[in-house]
Write a protein that binds this ligand. Sequence first.
Ligand code: 2P0
Length: 328
Amino acid sequence: MSSGESHATAVAHPNIALVKYWGKAAVEDNLPAVGSLSITLGGLSTTTTVRFDPALEHDRFFLSGREDPTMGHRVSACLDRLRARLGSGLHAVIESENDFPTAAGLASSASGFAALVTAADAALRGNLPPEDRADLARQCSGSAARSVFGGFVELRLTPGGPRPTETSQLLPPEAWPLEVLVAVTSTGPKETGSTEGMLRTERTSPYYRAWVESSPADLAGARAAVVARDFEALAEISEASCLKMHGLMLSARPGLLYWNGTTLECLHRIRKLRRSGVPVFFTVDAGPQVKAVCLPEGVERVRAELAAVPGVLRILETGLGEGARVLR
Ligand code: 2P0
């Protein structure tokens, strides 16, 4: 360590979108084509330490103690945006740890880039407000903007505004303490990454324009359901947004089929549970894991039902959590 070194450690949690983001309005700036609405998960964390050091000639990124040059390129590109913003030329050693399996289908890029931007801003004494950190994180990974905030979060497109996207908290986590059970149905790497999948969908799907045009109504409905704490309404809109996104993905050429047989069986079971009065709904992202979102009184029934599905490898359980924050 040399003099002039400065460091900070931040923690952030993954989030899952209830109204989904899929598609980019501008690839260079990673600008989403649609807004999104998510919940931040409290029980799973990414912790990241950033040490800026004048003696370093380039950034070095370590994930769980191992240097990762591939991810390091994205990390470095993200830091470049922050350095440009804060007028810094310093390079850094970045050490990051996830306390959840990366194959669990919970975007570690969301918690990872939210923690990275928060720690690096603190280390450089940038003091950026969370809205600015969110927009920076969004440029590194679209879903990461949402993990800057806790509880129920909305990312809105704001062309012509001071920032091209605005991310904000709709409700804090304690205001409506939902529970999330993640049914892990595969631990293999995903076949098609999100960025590649989005670009293919935009280029080839005949449904893409309808997807983009119908998104604001989903957002408005979900926003109102969250503010009213109307579980039934949120369940209906969330499942519709999820199924619409997967219908869109399936309509790309070649089609993006992220589900396996176990995924589909879990969806049927969750629908059956809700019909029988259990307050639960599903959502699925760009992978085969199923996330069941429920009110606390439904957790035991949902856990038992999902555990009985052949092919469910494990179930992770978490409540809602806070946004990205500096630990030290
Ligand atoms: C979401 N997903 O809203 C959607 C639903 C996956 C399906 O955001 O290309 O890793 O880095 O901006 O944030 C995953 O995409 O994509 C994602 P990039 P990201 O959560």
